[in-house]
Design a binder for this molecule. Structure first.
Ligand SMILES: Cc1cc2nc3c(=O)[nH]c(=O)nc-3n(C[C@H](O)[C@H](O)[C@H](O)COP(=O)(O)O)c2cc1C
Length: 196
């Protein structure tokens, strides 16, 4: 694990740090991130999502087509993601442009999701949420295709946050926390150290 409190130079490529800090795409245990968008009323909005996949094109998440975040991104396709690790050891803040994820990636992520999460994609809507408990349990038993080989539910949609800025934060036990920030600079990145 690249330690941003060590003296070794972490390099000029933020994606090497991303690959070092985040699990590979085939790891079923997906990291959580707080996804922030801009609400229609101008207030920031935020919610937790699973980071479904990561490559140099960005950080993918998948969601319901008719969710509020999708409507917000339709108006302003920019977002921030905050990933944090237990014990206040590390944090990664990503700010960027949001683009649709490739269909092939969406199908891969669908296949890797649990049966429970695939069922959720089929059934989770406001009508179900408003029912009483017995109604919600009964609706949950609906016959929907949830096996890994099934095509994604029509509600299922993926996006990628393509970063313009990545800020890696490292906690410190015997010294101050500090951050390494990469800002997009032409086809490369400008790098600077910041107070934590
Ligand atoms: C740990 C955790 C992981 C979640 N992962 C996702 C996810 O990957 N995609 C998603 O749409 N919602 C996910 N949710 C639910 C969202 O936080 C949110 O409630 C939902 O997407 C509706 O958000 P919106 O109305 O702002 O669009 C997750 C919630 C939690 C607590």
């Amino acid at each position: 694990m690249i330690d941003l409190q060590a003296d070794a130079d972490p390099g000029d490529d933020p994606w090497e740090l991303v690959a070092d800090w985040l699990p590979a795409d085939d790891d079923a245990d997906r990291p959580q991130a707080v996804l922030s968008t801009t609400g229609a009323d101008g207030y920031p909005n935020a919610r937790t999502v699973l980071v479904s996949a990561v490559d140099r094109s960005g950080f993918a998440f998948h969601t319901h087509r008719s969710s509020r975040k999708v409507a917000e991104l339709d108006v302003l396709p920019r977002a921030a993601l905050v990933l944090s690790w237990p014990g206040s050891t590390r944090q990664l803040v990503v700010r960027g442009d949001v683009v649709p994820d490739a269909d092939a990636s969406a199908a891969r992520v669908w296949a890797a999701r649990s049966d429970h999460l695939r069922r959720l994609a089929w059934l989770n809507d406001d009508d179900l949420a408003a029912r009483d408990r017995a109604g919600r349990v009964a609706a949950w038993a609906a016959d929907v295709p949830t096996d890994a080989g099934s095509p994604p539910a029509p509600s299922w949609v993926g996006f990628r946050v393509a970063p313009v800025e990545l800020t890696f934060w490292a906690g410190g036990a015997d010294t101050a926390s500090r951050r390494l920030q990469f800002r997009r600079d032409g086809s490369g990145w400008a790098r600077r150290w910041l107070a934590g």
